[in-house]
Unconditional design. Structure first.
Length: 325
């Protein structure tokens, strides 16, 4: 099966490309490199020893997207491409709605035109908003608390409507919890441009002495130690969830799965695990809560275990281990 991986030079996309190639899939990668680098493409080829076509394409460009499908035989798509910074989405909502929705529509139109109906969508636990039920099942109520989350919710709704209009579609929505960690070679990791929004890349910058201390956003949440609790999952476990979804992608429909470990860890537990496994100190200061943050979020991953035969395997310590190259 030949899979188009959009956003395949990004953090989760690049790790998924490695796992797909190692599982015997052929891939084609499209990425506009707005939040990634072509270096990742070279690393994927270096790690796997395999070749594949790469296209620097802005998927908002309908014509370029059509050209891609004309040039390359494609059997299915994993769609990672999209902007993903919550704070930036609040400041620049139109940029987020245009990019995250138009790119998806262009890909789906190009697929439908050519009778390609296998589509895996990179969704997010952010569609659960502030969860009422913990651990969170796939049936939990959906809501969005920021434009980024709204784009995920709107893409999910568009895909459900698409299947209702044409039952040939075979759609999988994968709702990620908090991906962290990197490839054991140290070549692929979460290395955003500028000051990181997310916890782990920020901790790593402190570890590298590029930032002086971690700012812990609030210690007055109703959690065991007062700091935010999240379901951290190793990015390679997450990537393997995509391979499992493709392997078991049989009947048409809309198939929804949480990709998490089912265990929540607080900010301070992550800091302690990071310090222990890397034998270091991560200085931190307690700041006020970050606007839009929720207290606790962790998955019920039993449906993916049952129906995909997939389960996250790596420990928090493995997720925190820094690989020096
Ligand atoms: C985790 C915890 C913070 C940074 C976001 C998106 C979500 C998904 C993952 C794309 C929280 C605390 C963080 C810092 C801190 N992305 N924190 N200091 O907010 O759970 O989820 O990224 O799909 O959609 O919303 O992840 O890593 O930003 O925060 O104390 O410098 O760490 O308060 O409790 P989050 P995060």
């Amino acid at each position: 099966m030949r899979i188009l991986v959009t956003g395949g030079a990004g953090y989760i996309g690049s790790h998924t490309c490695v796992q797909l190639l190692e599982a015997g899939y052929e891939i084609v990668v499209a990425d506009d490199l707005s939040n990634s680098s072509e270096t990742a493409i070279h690393y994927i080829k270096g790690i796997t020893g395999k070749e594949f076509p790469f296209y620097p394409v802005d998927l908002k460009d309908r014509e370029r997207t059509e050209q891609l499908f004309e040039l390359e035989p494609i059997d299915g798509v994993i769609h990672f491409a999209g902007y993903k910074a919550v704070g930036e989405s609040v400041e620049r909502p139109l940029m987020y709605y245009e990019n995250n929705l138009v790119s998806t529509m262009n890909v789906l139109q190009a697929m439908r035109k050519r009778g390609i109906f296998h589509f895996v969508f990179s969704s997010s636990a952010t569609v659960y908003g502030d969860p009422e039920i913990l651990p969170i099942p796939e049936e939990a109520p959906l809501s969005a608390t920021n434009p980024y989350g709204c784009t995920k919710l709107m893409n999910e709704q568009m895909l459900k409507d698409l299947y209702q209009s044409d039952n040939r579609w075979n759609i999988t929505l994968l709702r990620y919890f908090n991906p962290i960690g990197g490839h054991p070679t140290g070549l692929l990791a979460d290395n955003p441009n500028g000051i990181p929004n997310n916890l782990m890349p920020y901790i790593i910058r402190v570890y590298e002495n590029k930032l002086d201390q971690l700012h812990v956003y609030g210690n007055d949440y109703p959690t065991p130690d007062g700091t935010g609790v999240r379901d951290y999952i190793h990015v390679i476990d997450l990537a393997d969830g995509h391979v499992a979804a493709l392997d078991r992608m049989k009947e048409p429909g809309v198939h929804i799965f949480n990709l998490g470990t089912g265990t929540g860890y607080s900010v301070l537990e992550v800091v302690r695990a990071f310090e222990n496994v890397n034998k270091c100190r991560i200085p931190y200061v307690i700041d006020p809560r970050r606007a839009g943050d929720i207290a606790m979020c962790y998955a019920d991953p039993s449906k993916a275990e049952r129906e995909l035969g997939w389960k996250a395997r790596r420990s928090l310590e493995e997720m925190c281990k820094v690989v020096l190259i």
